[in-house]
Design a protein around this ligand. Structure first.
Ligand SMILES: [Mg+2]
Length: 378
């Protein structure tokens, strides 16, 4: 593959014109934006405390084309909103495209500023931020490919592998005896995970305690995280949090709605257990609000809502200065490329088996760019 060759070997071979141009040019220009929309057929649903997932889901793939033949990829998946992918596609095609054509992808901070100014009318949170984040990730994919480096190496890496955990303990239909729940946890442990996460908060505290004990029996000394998906009010979050910390849980995730920053601050001060939240926060401005109030121990950006690579690095630095750790909401190669460049990152979230997992850690991708699209052969 051309991507793995050095410049000398590259120049000694007859090459496709695009590949040679990409190696020799200093500047690139974005000349096209394309999207694909895939709506998934319904599957058997699973549940957290708040949501049903699996009935309506879909993915938008973004491709940014350059005049040197390098294409930048990003994907943005929706687990629960029927119209979301179509809205995202419309924003990318109709709002982002005119703002990004003719831009130099080596300037992701300028591109982000232009998108913020250009899209502010509809607000910079919600699906608008999904579009801005996907664009940023695709831009970094181009920059990495042009430099012939995986983005985590280009950013200045801290590590070349990440500890991962499996989000495996969901709620399922007709599972009062927890047989499906147990099976999913056993599968994750069988795949070699050293940490797992389970959902709580859909039913009573006694029900939570039962689910936690089952998971602890199966997991032994491996770490268990809990996720309440925003479902409690402040009193209930504290009452249950005291029980969870007594049970030796590693972190307690998203007990309150994301806008209740003061509630998070009070809860973090009242509990010893690590408080984790952030998957529903948008941009460094919302994270900064949470962090300044000391409303968490672990911040959890999502690479659609928080923003892309550019925004994540800033969120991570603000958290690091406040002595907080970072764990991703979600996994995959975009998250890996960012996490490996973040010194205070402690975990990547995943689900099923991972191809490149060793001792509970996933090895970073070595392909140039973000590894968010197909590996391009010469
Ligand atoms: Mg969560």
């Amino acid at each position: 593959m051309i991507a793995n060759m050095n410049r000398r070997s590259l120049l000694s071979l007859p090459l496709a014109p695009f590949a040679l141009a990409a190696q020799q040019r200093k500047t690139l220009k974005i000349v096209g934006l394309e999207t694909d929309l895939v709506i998934n057929p319904p599957r058997r649903p699973n549940y957290d405390a708040l949501q049903q997932l699996g009935i309506h889901s879909g993915t938008v793939t973004l491709r940014l084309k350059t005049d040197a033949g390098i294409t930048g990829y990003a994907t943005s998946s929706f687990g629960a909103i029927q119209g979301g992918p179509r809205v995202l596609r419309a924003i990318l095609e109709e709002e982002v495209k005119p703002l990004i054509l003719n831009q130099d992808p080596a300037f992701p901070k300028k591109i982000r500023a232009d998108l913020h100014r250009g899209l502010q009318y509809q607000g910079l949170t919600g699906v608008t931020q999904f579009a801005i984040a996907a664009t940023d990730i695709a831009v970094w994919d181009i920059v990495g490919k042009h430099a012939n480096l995986p983005v985590w190496r280009m950013l200045g890496a801290y590590r070349d592998r990440m500890p991962v955990y499996s989000m495996c303990g969901w709620y399922y239909d007709n599972d009062d005896d927890l047989s499906q729940y147990k099976k999913e946890i056993e599968n994750a442990l069988g795949h070699g995970y050293q940490a797992i996460k389970i959902k709580v908060g859909r039913h009573s505290l006694a029900d939570d305690e039962g689910r936690i004990k089952v998971a602890q029996d199966l997991a032994g000394k491996r770490r268990i995280m809990l996720d309440a998906n925003q479902v409690f009010d402040r009193n209930e979050a504290l009452r249950r949090g005291r029980v969870y910390q007594q049970m030796g849980i590693f972190w307690y995730e998203e007990p309150l709605p994301p806008h209740d920053m003061q509630g998070y601050a009070e809860l973090a001060a009242a509990l010893d257990i690590r408080l984790a939240t952030g998957e529903n926060l948008y941009t460094k401005y919302q994270f900064n609000d949470l962090i300044q109030r000391r409303g968490a121990d672990i911040v959890q950006p999502d690479n659609r809502r928080a923003g892309g690579v550019t925004e994540w690095l800033e969120i991570a630095a603000i958290a690091d200065a406040a002595g907080m750790s970072l764990a991703s909401h979600g996994g995959g190669s975009a998250n890996m490329n960012m996490l490996c460049a973040i010194p205070n990152a402690i975990y990547m979230e995943t689900g099923g088996p991972q191809k490149r997992m060793v001792n509970g850690e996933v090895l970073a991708p070595e392909a140039p760019g973000m590894s968010t699209g197909p590996i391009e052969a010469a």
